[in-house]
Design a protein around this ligand. Structure first.
Ligand code: ZN
Length: 241
């Protein structure tokens, strides 16, 4: 069994090197509460920690993580809605102005979705049912990219499922109303692990593009309208430089 003490030692380092050196930040967070800048829906994958990847400070980012960073559509958000209740809390109670759905390369959840194996036990059924949220993305990839290498299809499905989650977000009346009023912006991000690059969905181009980090302050406030049908155009060039 691996040693969990590594995390306790890590917390000690956090106390010494971070908490003790930022008394104003933690005092403010404690007395005034949290006012995060954005909500991020990210994958559970241990290689894709939103706080690490965005170099955020405590209080900056409200995060909900699940297998394959999926958002269920409105009609499925009923019992035990862990993901959607967190989204509702961030938007309606905390008033975040940005929702980022961040997918990533080599996503085990999306690969399992593509494999489409029949579940054989309860735990596999749990995962398969959850991944079924992105079934439309899988179908589109098989239709648009038939016969392509598995890695190409997986990357396409990882990105298509991000767009599906963004569309699902818009199916919630309390989200679409805020987006249409300009009070909330939706963003699709893709962490390209192999290249250490971040790609953003460009709704005008209809594809994910490497983020130009020189364009500070030039973010578009709305991802609306989403045009996922254009995602597969020029697919062969969909790799960062
Ligand atoms: Zn993943």
């Amino acid at each position: 069994m691996s040693d969990v003490n590594i995390f306790l030692k890590g917390f000690r380092r956090f106390q010494h090197h971070y908490f003790d050196r930022n008394p104003e930040l933690f005092d403010r967070l404690f007395t005034e509460g949290q006012r995060p800048r954005a909500l991020m829906v990210a994958c559970c994958d241990s290689r894709c920690d939103p706080g690490v990847l965005t170099d955020s400070e405590p209080g900056d980012l409200f995060v909900v993580r699940n297998v394959a960073n999926l958002v269920p559509p409105y009609i499925q958000a009923t019992d035990y809605a862990g993901t959607t209740s967190a989204i509702a809390f961030a938007i309606c109670n905390l008033g975040v102005e940005h929702v980022i759905v961040m997918g990533h390369s080599r996503c085990g959840g999306i690969r399992a979705l593509l494999e489409n194996r029949q579940p054989e036990c309860d735990e596999e059924r749990l995962i398969a049912k959850w991944l079924g949220i992105a079934e439309d993305a899988r179908q589109r990839v098989l239709k648009e990219l038939p016969g392509k290498p598995h890695a190409t299809q997986a990357r396409a499905c990882e990105q298509a499922s991000i767009l599906e989650s963004l569309e699902n977000l818009m199916s919630y009346p309390w989200i679409s109303r805020r987006v249409n009023e300009g009070a909330l912006a939706l963003h699709g991000w893709y962490f390209d692990m192999e290249n250490g690059a971040l790609m953003q969905y460009d709704s005008d181009a209809g594809e994910f593009r490497v983020t130009d980090l020189h364009l500070e302050g030039c973010e578009k406030h709305s991802e609306e309208p989403l045009r996922p049908q254009r995602l597969f155009k020029n697919w062969e060039s969909n790799t960062p430089l």
